[in-house]
Every structure is written in structure tokens, then in C-alpha cells.
Design a protein around this ligand. Sequence first.
Ligand SMILES: NC(=O)c1ccc[n+]([C@@H]2O[C@H](COP(=O)([O-])OP(=O)(O)OC[C@H]3O[C@@H](n4cnc5c(N)ncnc54)[C@H](O)[C@@H]3O)[C@@H](O)[C@H]2O)c1
Ligand SMILES: O=C(O)C[C@H](O)C(=O)O
Length: 342
Amino acid sequence: MSFVRQMFGHVQRRAFTASARQSSKVAVLGAAGGIGQPLSLLMKLNPRVSQLALYDIRLGPGVAADLSHINTKSVVKGYDPTPSGLREALTGSEIVLIPAGVPRKPGMTRDDLFNTNASIVRDLAKAAADAAPGANVLVIANPVNSTVPIVAEVFKSKGVYNPKRLFGVTTLDVVRASRFISEIKGTDPADENVTVVGGHSGVTIVPLISQSRHPNISGEQLDALVNRIQFGGDEVVKAKDGAGSATLSMAFAGARFAESLLRASQGEKGVIEPTFVDSPLYKDQGIDFFASRVELGPEGAHNIYPVGKLSKHEEGLLEAALAETDLKKNIQKGIDFVKANP
Ligand SMILES: NC(=O)c1ccc[n+]([C@@H]2O[C@H](COP(=O)([O-])OP(=O)(O)OC[C@H]3O[C@@H](n4cnc5c(N)ncnc54)[C@H](O)[C@@H]3O)[C@@H](O)[C@H]2O)c1
Ligand SMILES: O=C(O)C[C@H](O)C(=O)O
């Protein structure tokens, strides 16, 4: 499968120069960052996007000026770091991507980012709830297990919460799983589709290899593969040696998820992506948000699928993820933060 097909689904190549079927405004909050810049570039290349609104506390207009010279049809605008700039960036947006926030350094967990990123995400969510209450909000900022509940609480407090329109972007876990399994098997990663469920940190990331094309991977090879998918983020943090975490692969993953949502909102049926959403699956165990395969539609999350048939090994992994106090605690921490710091 070509890059164009992987990234832009079933849009024909000529669509890069033809007009998109419908117009969609996409806002990127944190657009000048390590993720924000390549993510904005990929959205500029997406023919389904008609307007691209770039907001950051620094350099939004600069990044926008640069991208605006690319000869695709979408109109790019950068906004000043003021409340009115943020409001204008958000108004009319169908998709709001949030990569704003600090990244990890070696030795840190994602939860260590909470103190800084919780208030950044809360404030951006407040602005989104006011200016774009019907938008699909795609949260990239870590810790995703907490930042997604933060957005939910803010929208609830303003009476505009629609659980179908809030997504924690876990696509990077799916992208990694597909790439890592292809490296083992010597296959084209574009043909490898691995469902990843749970949350977005360590053992809460549960790849379902038994549902992939290679259910027979086992033993030490399986353990190593699962471990690499669960801790792929650490691999990049370590390699970047203090200069941040995954940015380019994350931009690719975020653009893929946004493209899937646009395809679904423009009427394509059967668009399914794993994503961390307000989910009924494990609410009885006190876990209100969970990543599983979600069919996307014009209304956002159209159908949340259960995890399906698991191998014994995966039952153990899922049990560990659910029992792992992290997921539940991370979610509650986000909720408590907004209650204490509205
Ligand atoms: N979900 C995932 O799979 C995933 C993957 C990689 C990184 N991340 C997370 O994404 C976040 C961003 O990572 P990065 O590498 O791009 O960091 P970065 O520091 O390079 O960029 C962050 C950007 O956010 C901006 N920003 C800060 N506060 C802001 C605010 N209030 N409003 C608007 N913009 C603001 C900064 O100016 C900066 O440009 C981190 O929290 C990181 O952990 C998530
Ligand atoms: O590892 C990180 O901190 C960034 C991100 O969540 C990732 O999975 O790469």
C-alpha cells in the first residue's frame, strides 16, 4: 500500500490537485511544537481539509506562513496567542487536534507530565467548549489516560459534553504494532493491522496479536513484541536523550486518525480505529475510559466494539491492564483535577 493510500485512505492520488468533496476546518493547538509542525504539514497535504487553523503560544503565525506556500487548496491561518486568537482558531472547526504540552525526558513517566499538561489541556478545552462545542476533540497531549477525562470534565461543566466527540489518540500504538510485527515477519507493514486496546501507558497498552495475521507468534518472541509495543515510547525518549519524545511518528499517527474521522464524517462506512474513548466496556469495574476498536461516523464515535476473542496470554495482559491501578487512577486524577481547579 502506498504512502498516499495509507495516509489518505481511499482518496485518489489526483485528489491532491482536485477539490475535496466537502470542506472541513481543522484546528491544531500546539501547532509549533515537535508534533504540531509535522502534523500541520500532513493536514495541509490532506485534500479533505479546506481550512487549517494553527494556534500555539509561540510561532503559530510563522508556521502558518511557511505552510501557506504549499500548493494545496486549503487556506492556512496562524493565530496570535491571545484569548481572541484561540477563539477565532477554534470557531467553525470540525476537528480540534491537541498536541500542546510538554514531552517526557529519560527517566520520566507520562504521569510525571500531569502537573504541567493538565492545566494546559484544561484551558484549551475550556476555549474549545465555548468556541467549538460540537467539534471532534482529538487529544494527543500526555498523559492521555488523564488528559482525555480532563477534557470530558470541562465540557461537562459547561453543559456541552458529547462523549461521541472526544478521542484520546492511541493510533501511535497501532502504528508501532503494525511496524514491529512486520519487522519480525518480513512483511509490508501496510498489510499488518494490529488492534491495540486499553490505555496509553506501559502495561495498559494491550496489543491483540492473536487477532492479527500472525496469531502463532509465541513464547519469547511474543513477549518481546508485546514489550516493545508497550514501551515503544520509552525507546524514542531514550534515543532522543533529553530532547523530547516521539514527534514524527506521532504526527503521522495523528494525521491518520484525523483522516479516518474525516472519511467517516464525509459518509464513508466501516471506518474503524482503536481509540481511547468514554466507553461502556469496563464501567462496571470503575474504568470510564478505555481504548478499543471504534467505528467512526458523521456523529463521531458511532460504535464501540468489545475487545473480542482473546488468547489466554492476552486475557492475562488485559487483566493486568485493568487491575493495574494506573488506568483507573490516571482517569480519576484528571477528573479530580478539574473539580479542584475548575
Ligand atoms: N498520544 C501520543 O501517542 C503521544 C505521542 C507523542 C507525544 N505525545 C505528547 O504530546 C505532547 C507534545 O509533544 P511535543 O513533542 O510536540 O512537545 P513540544 O514541546 O515540542 O511541543 C509542544 C508545543 O505546545 C505548545 N504549547 C504549550 N502550551 C500551550 C498552550 N497553552 N496553548 C497552545 N500551545 C501550547 C508549545 O509552545 C510547543 O510548541 C506531549 O505531552 C507528549 O507527551 C503524545
Ligand atoms: O512516550 C511518550 O512520552 C510519548 C508518547 O506517549 C509515545 O508513546 O511515544
